[in-house]
Design a protein around this ligand. Structure first.
Ligand code: ARG
Length: 462
């Protein structure tokens, strides 16, 4: 059988293989709601411009609305022979309303149709994802408020560096996520333009009103150039890039959770909801959700990479290559949404072991910098000399296997005679974090002020 939508000049139907490689209905059925929205806006505009009759437009719109119900109730029979969502819906419209269905595609092509559908889909998805990011930021800010003064080791090279507060650590992710959100919002501001009416590539001779369809569909304006309208997929690339960066951030937090849950660290405990047991080792509570969030960034970065390669070197205007823009994009965005949901759940339920964190922070000579800073302040020593003296004191403590604040004054004075008992005031981890009041520093009072600011800013998201 030849394709009943465009088969006029073809003698025989496509081979099985051709049909399989050509069909996109398996994944672009995801676009059904956007496709129907776009078609209704187009039909209304055609009638208003006198291109089709009001009766035909009314029949088309009624038919499309009924088809939407059919799809949503699972009654709709998708057909691979009909290639894609656009032809599936149009063929069904013909079955339902007869010849008027054939007028819907006036002054339009699948090229501007699919570009319109996909932009609408992106807009819906980006709105959902930014709201989810807001939810995760809120969960982190709530933990930051709870643990504003909880001391933990801060690391560089995953070696204990200086004490920080857990609240400060949480807020670092709140900041990263806010830039992620900004990237999605920036992309949306650029891509919210309407391709509809660009037709196949050159525009149309019918007296259409692209402003009208753009505004009916909530776009800010029609895309200015018809070739650009049907050929550009940088809007998908931008969203995938924003997704890949966001997923990268989530994977870092996931990795930290995995580390923190280990018996060696025991900084946090994940709730039972987000852990699994081992089939052989009864003692295990595995942080699978965190591990999977850590891993799934691969699919998203992969989708970005795949589409860059699809688009590279494509001549204008539409080429079928561009049908490859959808499948992995759907997967990437669904994956990101799942990662955000899982991470939000893990953070909300996170059980923090403040005692373990504090203990770890006091090991590893984490207040050595505080000692050096004290030598600079109290003895007016140049920082480089203070660094040297501190190194010798750390070595003395290390040799005896004790922490800095446990080393006697006399021992320190052997290295630098001018050191006095006041030095002990900076050697505790609490005093260390409390002293870091510089803008953006980890002091609990900073963390509390920042947390309040964030919780207020995030209020509209709840
Ligand atoms: N299924 C196609 C896609 O996703 C729709 C556009 C087809 N256009 C065409 N001229 N064959 O790209």
């Amino acid at each position: 059988m030849t394709n009943k939508m465009w088969g006029g000049r073809f003698a025989s139907g496509p081979s099985e293989i051709m049909e399989e490689i050509n069909a996109s209905i398996g994944f672009d059925r995801n676009l059904y709601a956007q496709d129907i929205r776009g078609s209704i806006a187009h039909a209304n505009m055609l009638a208003k411009q006198g291109v089709i009759s009001g009766d035909d437009a009314a029949a088309i719109i009624e038919g499309l609305t009924a088809i939407k119900d059919e799809i949503e109730s699972g009654e709709f029979a998708f057909s691979r022979t009909l290639e894609d969502i656009h032809l599936n819906i149009e063929a069904r419209l013909k079955e339902r309303i007869g010849d008027a269905a054939g007028r819907l595609h006036t002054a339009r092509s699948r090229n501007d149709q699919v570009a319109t559908d996909f932009r609408l889909y992106m807009r819906d998805t980006v709105e959902h994802i930014t709201a989810q990011i807001g939810g995760l930021q809120k969960a982190l800010a709530n933990q930051a408020e709870r643990y504003a003064a909880t001391v933990m080791p801060g690391f560089t090279h995953l070696q204990t560096a200086q004490p920080v507060t857990f609240g400060h650590h949480c807020l670092a992710y709140v900041e990263m996520l806010s830039r992620d959100r900004g990237r999605f919002e920036d992309a949306r501001a650029r891509f919210n333009e309407s391709p509809l009416g660009a037709a196949a590539l050159a525009g149309t001779s019918f007296p259409i009103d692209r402003e009208a369809t753009a505004s009916a569909l909530g776009f800010d304006r029609p895309i200015a150039n018809s070739l650009d309208a049907v050929s550009s997929r940088d809007f998908v690339l931008e969203v995938l890039a924003a997704s890949a960066i966001c997923a990268t951030h989530l994977s870092r937090l996931a990795e930290e959770i995995v580390i923190w849950c280990s018996a060696e660290f025991s900084f946090v405990r994940l709730s039972d909801k987000f852990t699994t047991g081992s089939s052989i080792m009864p003692q295990k509570r595995n942080p699978d959700a965190a591990e999977l969030v850590r891993a799934k960034v691969g699919r998203i970065a992969g989708a970005l990479n795949a589409l860059m390669i699809v688009m590279k070197g494509l001549p204008l205007a539409y080429s079928k290559d561009m049908q490859e823009d959808k499948e992995q994009t759907f997967d990437a965005l669904n994956t990101l949404s799942l990662m955000l949901a899982a991470m939000t759940g893990m953070i909300e339920d996170l059980d923090v072991n403040a005692e373990k964190m504090r203990l770890a922070a006091s090991r590893g000579y984490s207040t050595a910098t505080d000692l050096a800073d004290w030598l600079v302040r109290a003895l007016n020593m140049p920082f480089r000399d203070a660094h040297h003296v501190t190194g010798a004191i750390v070595k003395a403590a290390e040799t005896r296997g004790i922490t800095l604040d446990a080393l006697e004054l006399a021992e320190m004075q052997k290295i630098e005679p001018r050191i006095n008992a006041e030095v002990f005031s900076v050697l505790s981890v609490e005093n260390s974090v409390a002293s870091r009041r510089s803008f953006g520093g980890t002091a609990p009072e900073n963390v509390i002020a920042e947390t309040r600011k964030w919780l207020k800013r995030l209020e509209p998201d709840s």
